[in-house]
Design a protein around this ligand. Sequence first.
Ligand SMILES: [Zn+2]
Ligand SMILES: [Zn+2]
Length: 163
Amino acid sequence: MKINVQDLLSVKLQSKHIELEVPFDSFEFEGNEFIVNRPVKITGELVKATEGIYFKGNLYAELKTQCSRCLEDVLYNLTVDFDEFYSSMSDDADYKIIENNIDIQRLIEDNIIMNVPLKPLCDEYCKGLCPICGTNLNKSNCACDNQVIDPRLEKLKNFFNRD
Ligand SMILES: [Zn+2]
Ligand SMILES: [Zn+2]
């Protein structure tokens, strides 16, 4: 989505209040799929500067993904404060004013991706799935023998068993 900032670039306005709901597609990040449940809410101020426009504000997104251990749905309500600068110069700034517009799609994307977890978890103590039968170990136990032995301890155990 683009915001036309011609009124700020001309002498008319010094700042402008922004309140928007921006549809945003589901995305994949580090192998996890994030579903964006509803349009991302953006509120903030556009403020004119000498060589561009500052956009300072806050975004709110409701995301759904899967726990990386047990694969159950996990909901994230993400609130991010941002403070970005859109340059009107022909420099190599991250964000630019192009034909009197600023593109806020990338701003949203960057600020969401910087704040989603690399390994989403339903709970930091999530026990995950049994690697043998697939039982969700948060919900029930299984009869599998899945005592995972640290290979270094295994060596030590063999050492002591030797006679
Ligand atoms: Zn989990
Ligand atoms: Zn099992």
